[in-house]
Design a protein around this ligand. Structure first.
Ligand code: AP5
Length: 216
């Protein structure tokens, strides 16, 4: 199964992708996680991406396209994948289309997770993320078992620099202007499945499952 997860910052893409990958035995490819891992390890890519990410701006298209091109070659993707946070612009979507054609691959669907912006600000300001594995929690809606500690690996939970009020507002603006047009782009290709992202995490997942079971 090959999927794209499209939705605004804080819509719950990372949260839901975790369950999807477990149940459908596919791999999550999150461009945000890959960039953060590069920053942590001080690579050239990480250094190039840093200022854009902290300001809530998009990293330039060509950097992201080169990065995803390498990722898509990895053998662990053989059972399928979910692209989380990519594509985010029309040029990225076009580049992905070309890469998939070259690789003889087709997308099954684009899941569009819809959440109103007031809720997104609320979710992101109270998000905490594991420094080790990147799993995200919410201080109220999805708290860890022990304060400040990741349930999965005991890693320290921290607040991302771009989860502060100002970068959040900018990320939402960037989404509206640059990423939202992709909903129309994929709808025109008959590839979009809309999911209501408001409600309990489990209920949203069960709606996602109903959609994905059609592509098994
Ligand atoms: P990235 O890491 O991709 O950030 P994002 O798209 O802004 O998405 P998030 O990770 O913030 O949100 P999410 O939808 O995964 O939400 P989550 O599940 O955590 O990108 C970061 C930066 O990297 C970008 O700004 C850019 O600079 C750069 N970048 C990345 N990809 C790029 C690209 N392709 N091109 C250019 N630049 C790129 O949930 C959020 C919170 O809500 C959590 O606390 C969670 O516990 C909680 N929550 C989840 N579901 C619910 C629910 N149903 N009810 C209540 N709370 C919930």
């Amino acid at each position: 199964m090959r999927l794209i997860f499209l939705g605004p910052p804080g819509a719950g893409k990372g949260t839901q992708a975790e369950s999807i990958c477990k149940d459908y035995n596919i791999v999550q490819l999150s461009t945000g996680d890959i960039l953060r891992a590069n920053r942590k390890h001080g690579t050239e890519l990480g250094r190039k991406a840093q200022s854009f990410m902290d300001a809530g701006e998009l990293v330039p298209d060509q950097i992201i396209i080169d990065m995803i091109k390498e990722e898509l070659k990895k053998p662990e993707l053989v059972n399928g994948y979910i692209l989380d946070g990519f594509p985010r612009t029309v040029p990225q979507a076009e580049a992905l289309g070309n890469l998939l054609t070259d690789m003889g691959q087709k997308l099954d669907t684009v899941l569009v997770l819809e959440v109103p912006s007031e809720e997104l600000v609320q979710r992101l300001t109270a998000r905490r993320t594991c420094r080790t594995c990147g799993k995200s929690y919410h201080l109220i809606y999805n708290p860890p078992k022990k304060d400040g500690v990741c349930d999965l690996d005991g890693g320290e939970l921290y607040q991302r620099d771009d989860d502060k009020e100002e970068p959040i507002r900018n990320r939402l603006k960037v989404y509206e202007n640059q990423t939202k047009p992709l909903i129309e782009y994929y709808t025109a290709k008959n590839l979009a499945d809309n999911i209501n992202g408001l409600g309990k995490i489990d209920e949203i997942y069960s709606n996602i499952k109903q959609v994905l079971d059609r592509y098994k």
